[in-house]
Design a binder for this molecule. Sequence first.
Ligand code: C2E
Ligand code: MG
Ligand code: MG
Ligand code: MG
Length: 280
Amino acid sequence: SQSSGTAHHYGIYNAEKDTQDTQKLSLMGDLRASMNKNEVFFHYQPKIDLKTGRMTHVEALMRWIHPERGFVAPDEFILLAEQTGHIHALTAWGLEQTIDACARWREAGYRLKMAMNLSAKDLVNRQLPDQIQRLMTEKRVSAEWMVFEVTESAVMQEPEIVLDTLNRMSDLGLTLSIDDYGTGYSSLSYLKELPVSELKIDKSFVLSLATNKNDQILVRSTIDLAHNLGLKVTAEGVEDQVSAELLKAYGCDVGQGYYFSRPVSEEDLLSYYREQRQAS
Ligand code: C2E
Ligand code: MG
Ligand code: MG
Ligand code: MG
């Protein structure tokens, strides 16, 4: 298609598409090679309980440092993995990593819940709940320590299969969270039919909270509505103190964003945790 808006012109329409596909496959080959080295890894971003100011959760965010291109944004390489059919391998690798990290942290006495993102394609994989259960058993992590973030658009694509997957995950005792809330078209009352207990307000409503009155109204009423439906609320994209204080005043449960911490390496995350607990 012509949709990519690339600056390159190969003359013939099909040739251009072929070239794009070849480039995708070759980049995907690089990703697979990187998975076996330390070029794909996770950074972890603290999620802060706004009542106590303590980090209680972390979100695992996948990183890829390509040997020649350098940093590739996860939005980009995850889409690539979805388009080339490699997302299952990437997710399987990610589950192994995050559940393993969760096990190590529990063993060392860190009380941190681990949240991992799942893509739309993961949710139509009927093997996913068993896969997660197998890893948790193997690494002796109990379900209460794992959270999975799914976007509303992912749920809307094939609602029946996805609902079945989510129900099976919920039956395992896992916490499910709706990510990027507000960017899709689904109503909160529809989402309430899903076995989710948490809602993450998308950062586009939070980034300018301190100064934007419309965002203040939207965020505040979303928090109230979510609470009335029995859901916990996280705000992502908290970048300044005023926004953090507003969210706390609105009764938002959890805050996440650069104001508290950027996504960091495991080592930095755990030292941040230790500092926090020593200070209080
Ligand atoms: P997400 O799950 O909504 O993750 C939150 C994104 O917001 C992250 O971007 C995070 O770095 C960024 N963020 C956090 N706080 C702030 C802030 O205060 N200001 C701003 N401007 N941004 C903030 P990141 O790491 O680039 O990830 C982008 C997306 O890629 C994620 O969005 C998620 O959808 C996807 N992703 C990341 N890791 C994985 C993974 O392991 N599996 C899957 N399926 N998707 C992943
Ligand atoms: Mg997320
Ligand atoms: Mg999000
Ligand atoms: Mg997002």
